[in-house]
Design a protein around this ligand. Structure first.
Ligand SMILES: Cc1ncc(COP(=O)(O)O)c(C=O)c1O
Length: 389
């Protein structure tokens, strides 16, 4: 099977967020959009075929997720991640962010502490702040090359919290947490009776040198772990909105299901269900090819930056198609950096400060696009930096 990730597919006509919201986000339409975390590649053909097939039936009414959807997830988790999950543990939800928010609402009380480890995907902060919980920050440590957990500080945060939000693999810094790191997280959670929400949405986008461990698969009984997964990032179907929570503990599961019911969070979209199942059942060869392509792009970008743009340092991702760029040597504040990227380099990147104060001076660049476009972006960036004098 061959897949053409070099093919340019215009998304302008589909109201793609990363294009359509450029004016709002960057004040111009004239910036190559490398911000929103979706890909510019065609989804696996099996997904497209399943959607066409479903569209052929002309009634698009309320739909009950069939058992085959759950089975496709169970098989995927077993085959890709060696984690045997049970049908009863699964709650289908319309997205990972709403799942996290619903879980925070269900398992904590207003005012209770929720830990996030910054820099991190911004909805981790709002999951606490917008639900009236107390955001407790345990910033990651950065030694100039890689990020690690600050276990000592986490231990003190844990004394004032009920819940820990884990991003595994981590967006935006690209870490795939090692088994021993995750085991220390589990030990701290156990000591302080913390529930962990493990957001594993990027778990399938891990480069071959690294290995993702589903947190709950390391935990024995795993009663204090709620895992969020989805085929959305993996197979480039995030616009379809369907994900899963895996909750082995019956009591927590009941509480979360009650919250989902209360806000009538339904998963009856017949297209999402068809795409979810087709992706998990038949998407593996496409994913294998995608990871080879992304790795080559990542490596070519890394070489280019090292050789031609040493002022910007790449924190090389172990997972995800997101490059975390350390731009602090440019000596700009965040407003200046964003303006420089947008106006001078004509790039629409995610400002690092979006991911918390620890992201100041960084930029996140999405490389899930045809490689020649990514390299052209980097060349523009090099040329813009060279004019800074
Ligand atoms: C860590 C993480 N969680 C969740 C999401 C979004 O999930 P959803 O679109 O299913 O709400 C993203 C998207 O970038 C993400 O990076």
């Amino acid at each position: 099977m061959s897949f053409d990730f070099d093919q340019e597919i215009s998304r302008l006509t589909t109201h793609a967020l990363k294009f359509a919201a450029r004016q709002n986000m960057f004040g111009t339409e004239d910036a190559q959009p490398m911000w929103v975390a979706d890909m510019d590649f065609a989804a696996p053909e099996a997904v497209t075929n399943a959607l066409i097939e479903r569209a052929r039936h002309p009634v698009y009414g309320y739909t009950l997720p069939p058992e085959s959807v759950y089975e496709s997830l169970i098989c995927w988790m077993q085959q890709r991640h060696g984690w045997a999950i049970q049908r009863d543990w699964v709650l289908l939800t319309p997205g990972v962010v709403p799942s996290i928010n619903a879980t925070v609402l269900a398992l904590t009380q207003p005012g209770e502490g929720v830990i996030a480890q910054s820099p991190v995907y911004a909805p981790f902060f709002s999951a606490a702040t917008q639900t009236g919980r107390m955001l407790v920050l345990n910033p990651l440590r950065f030694d100039g090359q890689r990020y690690t957990f600050d276990f000592g500080h986490l231990e003190s945060c844990a004394t004032k919290a009920r819940l820990l939000l884990l991003c595994s693999p981590h967006n935006p810094v690209g870490r795939v947490w090692r088994k021993d790191e995750l085991e220390q997280i589990l030990a701290i959670a156990r000591r302080h009776d913390l529930t962990i929400i493990s957001d594993e949405i990027h778990a399938d986008l891990v480069y071959p040198e690294f290995h993702h461990h589903a947190l709950a698969s390391l935990a024995g009984d795993a009663t204090n772990i709620v895992t969020a997964v989805a085929p959305s990032k993996t197979f480039n179907i995030p616009g379809l909105g369907l994900s899963a929570l895996i909750v082995p503990d019956a009591e927590r599961r009941r509480a979360i299901a009650q919250t989902l019911d209360m806000i009538h969070m339904s998963v009856g979209n017949p297209f999402s269900l068809a795409a979810f199942e087709a992706a998990y059942r038949a998407g593996a060869p496409w994913l294998t090819a995608l990871l080879v392509y992304l790795r080559e792009t990542r490596d070519e970008a890394a070489r280019f930056l090292a050789e031609q743009l040493p002022q910007i340092r790449l924190v090389a991702p172990e997972a995800t198609y997101l490059l975390w760029l350390d731009c602090r040597a440019l000596g700009m504040n965040d407003a200046e950096l964003k303006r420089f990227m947008t106006r001078d380099a004509k790039l629409g990147l995610s400002p690092g400060a979006q991911f918390g104060a620890q992201g100041a001076g960084f930029m996140r660049m999405n490389i899930a696009a045809p490689r020649h476009q990514v390299m052209a972006a980097l060349q523009r960036l090099r040329d813009a930096v060279s004019t800074l004098g």
